[in-house]
Every structure is written in C-alpha cells, then in structure tokens.
Design a protein around this ligand. Structure first.
Ligand code: PLP
Ligand code: SF4
Length: 335
C-alpha cells in the first residue's frame, strides 16, 4: 500500500484538496448517479492498491456512465484479481537498475529519481503499483546518496523526478532538492514526470512556479494524460501558467483498452493537448503488471490505431508508440 499523504496545520490549498480525495467506491458511484453495483468491485484489488481519486477529477466523469474512460482508470474492478501468466510484479526490471536507493539509472545521460511513493490518484494500470517504495526511498537519507551518485557521474545531464508522483511533495521539499541538483555543474535539465497538473491542477500554484522559474536547469514536464476529457479548463489554465514559466510541456499516455483504444479517442487527445500547449511524446504499450491485464490492447490493434493517427494528424501530433523492456538501453519502438 502506498503511503498516505500527511497534511499539516499549514496545509496549502492543494494539500487540502488532496486530503479530500475519494477513497470509497460506493461514494464514487453515488457521485456519478450510478447504482451501488454498477461495476463489479474487486475487494482484494482495492485492499492491495486503494482507490484514490481527487474530487475535481471525478467532476470530469460523465454521470450515469459506468464505462466512462476516466472512471475506468481509477475503479478497482474484479477483473484485477485475475492472475494471468506473463503479468508480473516488476515488469520493467526497475529493481535491477537501482545503484542507490531510489535512483534508477537505465539510460545514457539521464537518471530517474523515485522521489516519493505517494500519488494524488491511483491509476489501476500503474506499472509501479507493487513497487517497494519503503525500501527505495531516497528521501530517507535527505537525498544525500542520490545527489552524490548524480554528482559523481559526469555523463548524466538530465535528472527525472518521478515516483509515485513527485508533485505530491510540498515545495518546501522540492525547491531545496532542485537547488542541490542545479549546483551540479554537468546537469542541464530537470524533468518532472507528473499527473498532478491533470488530476489536481490546483497544484500548479505560485510556490511551484516560483522555484521552476528560478532554476538554472531547463524544466521539462511530462504530464500523463490518457483522454481528452481529462483536460478541462482548469487544467488548461494550469498548463498555460507552466508554459509561461518556461516549462517545456510533453505528454505521455498509456494505450488502455476501454479508455483510449479508438482512433477518435487518440485523435481528440492529441488535438486537445495541442490546444493546451502540450506536445504528444510517448504512447506506451501497457506494461504487463499483475492486475492490469484487462487494459491490454492487442499488438495488431495498436498497429492499426497508429496507422489511423498518421492518416488523421500532422506528424507532430502523433505520439511515438513505445514499450519498455527490462535491460534495453532505451524505450523501444513498439513495431
Ligand atoms: C522511461 C525512463 C527514462 C526516460 O526515458 P526517455 O526516453 O528519455 O523519456 C529514464 N530513466 C528511466 C529509468 C526510465 O524508466
Ligand atoms: S500517478 Fe503515475 S505513479 Fe501514480 S498511480 Fe498513476 S500511473 Fe502510477
């Protein structure tokens, strides 16, 4: 189970909203005007990986529709309890690529910091849903081991803050970390992989923009949106503030059955991303993590979808379809 997010007396507006996230499946269905058993719940799946969804994200779901693409991303279905061969706990070989706790160094020139185990939303397809965050927490040593590792390898030019979701950490923790990283002369870029601007756009507040603007490192943010309906006006406004602060905005999605596995859904997502100032980057084939088999899209269907996107969209709005293989030197083109 991922750690709970602490809320102190001086909680910021976004921390208060985060603390009000929905955890109860019945409450979620009720908010959507759905009857209690509209979707088959998986009690074991829910115990292993709790339901968590911010209220603002729920507000973007269609009422009365058990097949809503946003609802499907967060509801712990009975299907998750089906164990299939080939679906494993660590599908991408993270644990073999960790030189110091919380630092994943798989690719040339960039390292990934598992900044926290906490997320604002629990995505049922998440490939790190079984990650042992307790053993891999770089913050437990005040980041020292991670920062020393990065400082000692001059081939690293980009640090990626990932998780969990790094933006669930308060700015009082992130800003000093960013400062320590910018003191390392061979670093050029600070990349943040986060779903917060999508699921809790209030996170993009003045405190965050302030340290992003000030950093010597060029900030890049890879937001994780899977469906056009996720990008409402509040999200658009948060993204616009980030762009104005000089942040390069990219999107990665996961190809998910029942969420975005149609030409119309993927075209609408790319178009909406462009309207909000975000360039489509990767479309990932699902990592075969235990509990996510009901999201899998057949490779043949994925190939047809990409063909349809190339026929409908300008090249710069077609994401790269990739997959991750343990031990490979980069993300791999899917075909
Ligand atoms: C995905 C990933 C990256 C980033 O890969 P890019 O192709 O640069 O986006 C870096 N490190 C690790 C460990 C990753 O899993
Ligand atoms: S926000 Fe990212 S890390 Fe967190 S549950 Fe969703 S996919 Fe996984």
């Amino acid at each position: 189970m991922l750690p709970r997010i602490p809320v102190s007396g001086q909680a910021t507006a976004w921390q208060k909203l985060l603390a009000q996230a929905i955890h109860n499946p019945d409450e979620l269905l009720e908010m959507l005007d759905l009857p209690p058993h509209a979707l088959p719940l998986g009690p074991l799946a829910r115990r292993q990986f709790a339901l968590r969804v911010p209220r603002g994200y729920v507000a973007r779901m269609r009422k009365g529709d058990p097949h809503d693409p946003l609802l499907r991303q967060v509801f712990p279905l009975h299907d998750e309890e089906t164990l299939l061969p080939g679906y494993v706990v660590d599908p991408v070989g993270d644990l073999a690529a960790m030189p110091v706790p919380g630092v994943l160094h798989k690719y040339h020139g960039r390292v990934l910091l598992v900044t926290t185990g906490a997320c604002a939303i629990h995505c049922r397809y998440c490939f790190r849903r079984h990650f042992p965050y307790g053993d891999a927490n770089p913050a437990s040593q005040g980041w020292d081991a991670a920062v020393d590792y990065i400082a000692s390898d001059t081939t690293i030019i980009e640090v990626i803050l990932s998780g969990g979701d790094p933006l669930t950490l308060p700015d009082q923790r992130l800003a000093p970390l960013a400062q320590r990283l910018s003191d390392i002369p061979h670093l050029k870029r600070l990349r943040i992989h986060t779903r917060l601007p999508i699921v809790l756009p209030e996170r993009v507040d003045e405190a965050l923009l302030h340290w992003l603007r000030r950093s010597r490192l060029k900030p890049v943010m890879v937001i994780h949106a899977n469906h056009a309906n996720e990008l409402d006006t509040a999200v658009a406004s948060a993204l616009s503030s980030l762009a104005t602060a000089g942040v390069v905005l990219l999107n990665q999605s996961v190809l998910l059955r029942g969420v975005n596995d149609t030409p119309d859904a993927l075209t609408a997502l790319s178009e909406r991303l462009f309207e909000t100032g975000v360039t489509p980057y990767y479309l990932h084939l699902l990592d075969k993590v235990q509990g996510a088999s009901h999201f899998d899209v057949e490779p043949g269907h994925a190939r047809q979808l990409m063909q349809a996107l190339r026929n409908r969209l300008p090249g710069y709005l077609v994401p790269r379809l990739v997959q991750e293989r343990s031990g490979a030197p980069s993300k791999l083109p899917a075909f």
